[in-house]
Design a protein around this ligand. Structure first.
Ligand code: KG4
Ligand code: ZN
Length: 344
């Protein structure tokens, strides 16, 4: 079965073709980062308009790369939410109308389920059950995953998400948008000089809180005006150290408390090399396994949506399942806990 995946929930248009027999056939992405950079963040209306421009050429691109035609597609999976409503509407209406014209089923995918399952696209994928750390621009969650649609929330952020904290701190340091990768790069030239707090590190639960960290950075920035390059790098170093230390400790606690020995990391912050370094070392010490998506599939992409859709179709024992009512609706707010096991 060949599934076309469509991702358009925020500022990336992602298309992909996934074959349940042969794996990922092709994927293509257009990032709007440069377009939004001058505004310092995503401008929703510009995002929607750009998705409209990109979605068809990217579809042609993946079909050509995979040497397939529209008639080879068995189902279309698309991100129905959560995300920006206008942006989601582009992918949704495109997917539903194309599926209608081809008379094939659609599968509405939860964006976070896409992220969560992205590490399973790699060779030697982890087996269920596992603990998942989902760290993106909008989420910082720890979950117990027993199968497709079987997600138990173990811990969540009480305020800012990890990626959001990276982005806001980067802005305070004058690093522009999006801040996570820029801050992480700058931190490489920094050193241990400042000490930031580690909020909720020893809270005894699996929740996170990152907004206080950002405020502590603001205090440091104000104390060291005008900021020179070395000080900026040292603050970036310590900020990254604090966030990755907290994430690592909470992951290890989650593994211990669930009794599981498999950790899966996904979402944009999962691309952070310091986080990977710390998690690799900590899981190795405890004889646990840790899996990540390849770097390009940490951030938003169509492959994870095609894959999540294919997994759902497969769990429904395939052909003919999925939706064939071709309705248009998006779910800008959608709790992952609402997802259920695919009905057979
Ligand atoms: O998963 P994603 O593409 O979008 C959401 O669904 O939110 O994640 C984007 C987030 C941004 O906040 C970005 O700054 C952060 O991931 N990010 C990073 C790195 N690469 C992306 N944060 C820290 N280090 C990185 N290398
Ligand atoms: Zn995302």
């Amino acid at each position: 079965m060949i599934v076309l995946g469509v991702e358009s929930s925020c500022d990336e248009t992602g298309l992909a073709l996934y074959d349940t027999e042969q794996g990922l056939l092709a994927h293509a992405l257009h990032s709007q980062v440069e377009m939004h950079a001058e505004y310092g963040g995503v401008v929703p209306e510009l995002a929607s308009r750009d998705h409209i421009r990109r979605v068809l050429p990217l579809t042609e691109n993946v079909l050509k790369t995979a040497n397939k035609t529209l008639q080879d597609i068995d189902a279309i999976a698309y991100t129905q939410g959560p995300g920006l409503s206008g942006a989601l509407l582009v992918g949704t209406s495109f997917a539903e109308s194309l599926a209608f014209s081809l008379q094939i089923p659609t599968i509405n995918v939860h964006h976070l389920e896409g992220h969560l399952l992205a590490p399973l696209l790699e060779a030697n994928p982890p087996a269920f059950p596992f603990v998942a750390l989902l760290v993106s621009g909008g989420h910082s969650q720890l979950m117990r995953v027993d199968g497709i649609g079987e997600y138990e929330l173990l811990g969540d952020t009480l305020d800012d998400a990890a990626g959001e904290a990276f982005d806001k701190t980067a802005k305070l340091l004058g690093l522009g948008y999006p801040g996570g990768p820029a801050l992480s790069k700058l931190a490489q030239s920094g050193k241990a000089r400042f000490k930031l707090p580690r909020p909720l590190l020893n809270s005894g639960d699996l929740n996170f809180s990152f907004s206080g960290l950002k405020t502590a950075v603001l205090t440091l920035v104000n104390q060291h005006q005008p900021l020179d390059a070395a000080t900026t790098a040292d603050i970036a170093w310590e900020f990254q150290e604090a966030v990755t230390e907290i994430l690592t400790l909470k992951c290890m606690t989650a593994l211990r408390e669930t009794g599981l020995d498999n950790l899966v990391v996904s979402g944009g912050v999962g691309a952070n090399s310091k986080l990977r370094e710390k998690l690799n070392a900590a899981t190795k010490r405890k004889l646990c396994k840790v899996s990540y998506p390849r770097l390009e599939f940490c951030t938003d992409n169509g492959a994870m949506i095609a894959f999540a859709g294919a997994m759902r179709l497969k769990a429904m024992h395939g052909n003919g399942n999925g939706n064939k009512n071709y309705g248009f609706s998006v779910r800008p707010r959608w709790d992952l806990a609402e997802l259920q096991k695919p009905a057979i």
